[in-house]
Design a protein around this ligand. Structure first.
Ligand code: AMP
Length: 575
């Protein structure tokens, strides 16, 4: 299929604010695509060439695109730059400059979707010396063979800034419309449920669309777990208190909520795969966990779930940020394995010897899990269960967990089936302490992309240094600021942007520096030590509670307060 057809859809997506019109525009192109093109188009519609969990990226920055545009149009780089400063969008810049230069005959050429997709994917593999030149030539080839309008979208996709892309929900609904147009009303809801199920089993809408086309509704419903491919795991809901959590289910099992990283482990004989909660493949990073699965898990074919934890000196738990070094590490793995040893704590099983266990109650799954793990204290254990509804016993268990440096507890419904991909009531409830909020100052922001273009999307937070009076960074925050206002108390991205615009001190790429003026009340899960920020601390999962219009930067919390709170974090001092 020619790329201009996809460009037509992008134009339509840009033009219409209506979700229904977006869905039908997307559905039409999905229906027309052949089986090879279908997965490519689904990613391209979302402005991507790799699935969201893939670690691959095009690695194209503004600088390279400026060179490409200069090369392709004959304008000097400085002129391209000047134009870009005026538009703030390299897509528009390339479109304008190309249409000024291009001879009509060249513009008539039509590039193919497959060619665009494959060239953009190739970018990820380019590395080392001279890689910039190679990248330039790969994208330039596309730009030279496309119309100005096509070049606009190609450049934006290469940069990861499509701006008109569609969200996953639109893709899901468009698959329903494309392949089941006759199903309406309640029947449509059933179709969407089946598509979701297939997506939970194989979180890739390209695959799902192919299944919908070839296998129909039945095919979608029968989608199952495939060993070696990640699935969307069950998520926990937050409980307001331990009492509430215990009262929520008839039969409960309380477990510690460990401060590590979720791992789904797939085993097929000697072949092992490990995936994170974000579905990244981390098998290479954890050869020690692979060994545990080979040696201490007796089942031949299974899919297990657990938490991997870093073990510090004297066998005590190490903070999450130590573990994250293991997750991110791509080289020198064996040294990391001995420097940062880990421990596995298993807590669920979803497949055993070819049989899926999603519809079995947790009590049964837990017994099956116990039957296949040879535990080894300090290395490979099962999460210890406490089966009680007695609040005193549960509270003691919870305090033990915090004292041991863990996050809190999980209260699990022993009668619940496993519902992939969902934060469902009826499954798991998490209970953890709420940290005291901090009042922090905004010192910078990042411009949003896609739907958020033109608005600041995330904000640099800073605390006050009592001695120098300066503001020191302690994290970026995007959570809690809304796209749309649905309650009076909501603060929108637009409101934040308007509030901050006049205080911009300077820009660097898509980051702006902002004069410290606005104070926000911020909730977070934990304070961590961090070399990334000038305060030496980083907030984990910061979110906006409210704008403190009543406070000036001088009233913001100090660095000293951060260090007191850091030290007070229950149990963390023992790490
Ligand atoms: P949250 O990320 O706060 O929504 O909490 C859910 C996460 O807690 C899971 O994804 C696991 O990584 C983690 N977790 C720690 N301990 C357990 C446990 N015993 N059972 C289930 N999940 C656990």
């Amino acid at each position: 299929m020619i790329y201009s057809k996809l460009a037509d859809v992008y134009d339509e997506l840009e033009r219409t604010p209506s979700r229904l019109s977006k869905i039908s525009a997307v559905a039409a192109i999905l229906r027309e695509a052949d089986n090879e093109e279908l997965p490519m188009i689904i990613l391209l519609l979302q402005g991507k060439v790799f699935p969201s969990w893939s670690e691959e990226e095009t690695g194209i920055a503004d600088r390279i695109v400026i060179r490409i545009v200069s090369n392709a149009t004959g304008f000097r780089e400085a002129d391209v730059m000047k134009h870009f400063n005026g538009t703030g969008d390299l897509g528009i810049t390339v479109e304008k400059l190309l249409s000024g230069k291009r001879q009509q005959t060249l513009g008539e050429k039509h590039i193919d979707i497959k060619k665009v997709f494959e060239n953009l994917q190739k970018l990820s593999a380019v590395g080392g010396k001279g890689s910039q030149d190679v990248k330039v030539s790969i994208v330039k080839e596309l730009v030279m063979h496309s119309s100005p309008r096509e070049a606009k979208y190609i450049v934006r996709t290469a940069l990861g800034q499509l701006r008109v892309g569609v969200a996953e929900g639109v893709v899901r609904d468009a698959i329903a419309e494309a392949f089941f147009p006759e199903k309406e009303g309640d029947e449509r809801k059933e179709v969407i449920k089946a598509i979701e199920w297939a997506w939970f089993m194989k979180p890739d809408y390209g695959d799902v669309a192919l299944t919908a086309r070839a296998g129909g509704l039945d095919g979608l419903r029968k989608s199952g777990l495939e060993i070696g491919k990640p699935f969307q795991v069950l998520l926990a809901e937050k409980a307001p208190s331990l009492e509430d959590a215990l009262g929520a289910y008839e039969n409960v099992q309380v477990e510690w909520k460990f401060d590590g990283a979720r791992i789904q482990a797939h085993k097929d004989g000697d072949s092992i795969w490990l995936f994170t909660r974000r579905l990244e493949n981390v098998t290479k990073q954890f050869p020690d966990v692979v060994r545990i699965l080979r040696k201490n898990v007796t089942a031949d074919r299974c899919v297990l779930e657990g938490e991997v934890l870093a073990v510090g000196k004297n066998g005590k738990p190490a903070p999450f940020q130590i573990l994250s070094q293991r997750i991110r590490r791509k080289y020198d793995i064996s040294r990391m394995v001995s420097e940062i040893p880990v421990k596995m704590v298993w807590f669920d099983i979803v497949l055993l010897n070819g049989k899926q266990l999603f519809d079995r109650p947790f009590s049964e799954r837990r017994k099956l899990l116990e039957g296949i793990i040879n535990t080894e204290p300090g290395r490979n254990v099962l999460s210890e269960p406490l089966m009680t509804k007695d609040i005193n016993a549960a509270r003691k268990f919870y305090e033990d967990a915090l004292y041991a440096g863990q996050e809190g507890v999980m209260v699990k419904n022993l009668d619940a089936i496993y519902q992939p991909g969902r934060r469902v009531s009826g499954g798991w409830l998490k209970v953890k302490p709420i940290m005291e909020t901090l009042d922090l100052v905004i010192t910078g922001a990042q411009w949003g992309t896609g739907k958020r273009a033109g608005w600041m999307g995330s904000f640099m937070l800073a605390c006050r240094d009592d001695e120098s009076g300066e503001f020191l960074d302690c994290g970026m925050m995007g959570t809690g600021v809304k796209e749309k206002k649905s309650a009076e108390s909501d603060v929108t991205l637009k409101e934040m942007t308007e509030m901050l615009k006049s205080d911009i001190l300077g820009e660097d790429g898509n980051m702006v520096r902002i004069k410290p003026k606005i104070v926000l009340e911020i909730a977070y899960e934990e304070i961590q030590k961090s070399p990334t920020y000038s305060s030496g601390y980083a907030l984990r999962f910061p979110r906006l509670v409210r704008v403190r219009v009543d406070k000036s930067p001088d009233d913001a919390d100090s660095m000293e307060r951060m260090s007191v709170l850091y030290a007070q974090q229950k149990g963390k001092s023992s790490k």
